[in-house]
Write a new protein. Sequence first.
Length: 194
Amino acid sequence: MPTFTRAQLDSFRGGTLPDLIGPGTRLLFVGFNPGLRSVAVQAPFSLRSNRFWSTLYRAGILDHVVDASQGMDATDRAHILARGVGLTSLVRRATARADELTPAELVAGAHDLERRVAAAPPRVVAILGITAYRTAFGIKDAVPGEQSATIADVPIWVVPNPSGLNAHATPAGLATAYRAAAVAAGIDVLPEPA
């Protein structure tokens, strides 16, 4: 795994990651914003402590755990897209921590996300984290799961943030929530791994 100094990582502040969205995207996962390391290696969820990739495997959405710690290879990208999964962020600019984002940035990100969803509509949009959803969409009493609101007429699901900092979300709980969103999106989920 490549190592970066603090100064090297800081040089990626404000950087961006391209969306990973294909014409057959059924389930679009939406994170808060990219982290510095993810921009450095040009792969989402690149920290090994982040449980996103292991959750997709455990939920039966992918057939293996993607290792994005050194970037993402073409085979993994193709597999993700073939499974009908897409990835994007509410806010495009990279920060060291999600709490560096302002509420105004999250609201603006929701408006930008609506344009992106309308351009290539998936069947379900899954927002990773209730706090970002409440702020970005102005729905203070929202609870995890399927929402009554839509974005560009696409159903919204709020699933737990897979960050290792979200310690109260167990691996089993993450997998259950992500699997439910995938089933709602029409993804033919794989059997849960033993």
